[in-house]
Design a protein around this ligand. Structure first.
Ligand code: BGC
Length: 420
């Protein structure tokens, strides 16, 4: 243990580093995050408790808004006004962006003492490091391409499982609709539209196509017939949502599946955190099923980046928080609540449910098959201006009667412009 040392005599746990190098500093961290739904709040409370139990003072800065767009706006204005929070929920290439601007503190001393290079998978290390230095720590691995379903509603139309192909999916949704059941619970917010879109890109195009279109931004892939078929499928899905979908928060859509108001939701596995927080049992009250694809897996790694702050208490707080986050105990406790699986290697999954076990098994299979791919919708694949260009077109198409042909030409144009 680099930082933590339990003082048994007093029953108080404090940071060894804080006591050694920062004699009078109480490790303090202001934590900016967007975990405000029921399941998310339980998960972040586990981090706060762990931090406090180890002598830290937690200053909570939640910014509501699924997917984190609102939180990122707050972050930019905080940094511009010279008042960066100590620890920020940040992901993928955005970490590199902030590091390039010199805004992030390096965590190499903690990394070395804790042996992070041995316990963080190399692909995730690349995201956490800037020019070889650790500037962020991974919390979990979320999977995007899931369908969450209400088994009682599926049973009403004679279905016992979630379809394994998109044709079957449409057939089931048509049946549900004909039976007066809303097939898809959806919240019309750009990031939610994009979550469905990338799941369909992976499903209809396959992993290689996803890589070309959503990661490499290859023009041929973006303007292909496959991409047109993706927009056709999005149009179908638009016909499967209820009239009140615009602006709805994702967790309210999850609640619709829970309460029998809609049959399925296409959403990352933070949705499982909602079901669990409401006391629902996987396999009984809800079904988790990978969305149809050929051994694909869209990953989304939540992480915290540490911003440059001054004050011994804050620096000690950052180091303590980083150490705890990568720790085995935290990775288990947090992910049991959050719906994700640990980012740290070697954390046993015995206490996890079948959805988490499936996530891990599918992840390994996807890695072997070349299908382990970064989420575009959740900021893992592209820098913000590029994913923003794609998401704008996806949302404009979903909320209008734009043809698939037009959507594809707009997509190509928007990406070209954003690349310049
Ligand atoms: C984050 C999740 C979060 C979800 C909804 C995603 O981008 O990675 O941790 O639960 O957004 O807010």
């Amino acid at each position: 243990m680099y930082l933590r040392k339990t003082i048994l005599a007093t029953g108080v746990a404090i940071s060894a580093l804080a006591t050694a190098s920062f004699a009078h500093a109480e490790p303090t961290a202001e934590v900016l995050h967007w975990w405000t739904s029921g399941g998310e709040a339980k998960a972040v409370a586990a981090l706060k408790e762990d931090f406090e139990a180890n002598g830290g003072k937690w200053v909570d800065s939640p910014v509501a808004g699924g997917g984190g767009d609102a939180a990122m706006t707050v972050l930019r204005s905080r940094v511009l006004s010279g008042d960066a929070p100590a620890a920020v929920q940040l992901k993928g290439p955005a970490i590199q962006d902030w590091a390039e601007q010199g805004a992030l503190a390096d965590l190499n001393d903690v990394a070395e003492a804790e042996g992070w290079d041995k316990v963080i998978p190399p692909a995730i290390q690349n995201v956490m490091k800037y020019e070889g230095d650790y500037v962020a720590v991974p919390v979990n691995i979320h999977r995007i391409d899931w369908i969450w379903a209400n088994p009682a509603l599926l049973a009403k139309v004679g279905a016992t499982e979630v379809p394994k192909s998109w044709d079957e999916f449409n057939a089931l949704a048509d049946k549900l609709k004909a039976a007066g059941i809303t097939p898809i619970a959806h919240g019309g917010q750009p990031w939610q539209d994009a979550t469905i879109f990338e799941t369909v890109v992976l499903g209809l195009g396959g992993p290689e196509f996803f890589q070309k279109a959503m990661v490499d931004l290859d023009e041929d892939a973006l303007k292909s017939d496959t991409m047109k078929a993706v927009f056709d499928q999005m149009r179908k899905i638009r016909g499967y949502v209820d009239a009140d979908f615009p602006g709805r928060d994702w967790n309210l859509a999850t609640a619709m599946v829970m309460n029998g108001e809609a049959a399925m939701q296409i959403m990352g596995d933070w949705a499982k955190g909602e079901f669990l927080a409401a006391g629902k049992v996987p396999g009984k009250d809800f079904i988790c099923s990978a969305a149809p694809s050929d051994n694909g897996y869209l990953f989304n790694v939540d992480s915290f980046a540490m911003f440059n702050v001054s004050g011994d208490d804050k620096v000690a707080g950052q180091k303590l928080l980083a150490e705890l986050i990568v720790g085995q105990k935290f990775q288990e406790t947090f992910n049991l609540l959050k719906g994700s699986i640990p980012a740290r290697l070697g954390v046993p999954l015995d206490k996890f449910d079948d959805c988490a076990k499936k996530s891990e098994a599918d992840l390994l299979a996807a890695q072997d098959a070349g299908g382990f791919l970064p989420s575009m919708a959740h900021g893992m694949a592209l820098r913000g201006h590029l994913s923003g260009a794609i998401v704008d077109v996806v949302t404009a198409h979903f909320n209008s009667d734009m043809s698939s042909d037009e959507a594809v030409s707009r997509l190509v144009e928007a990406v070209e412009l954003a690349k310049d």
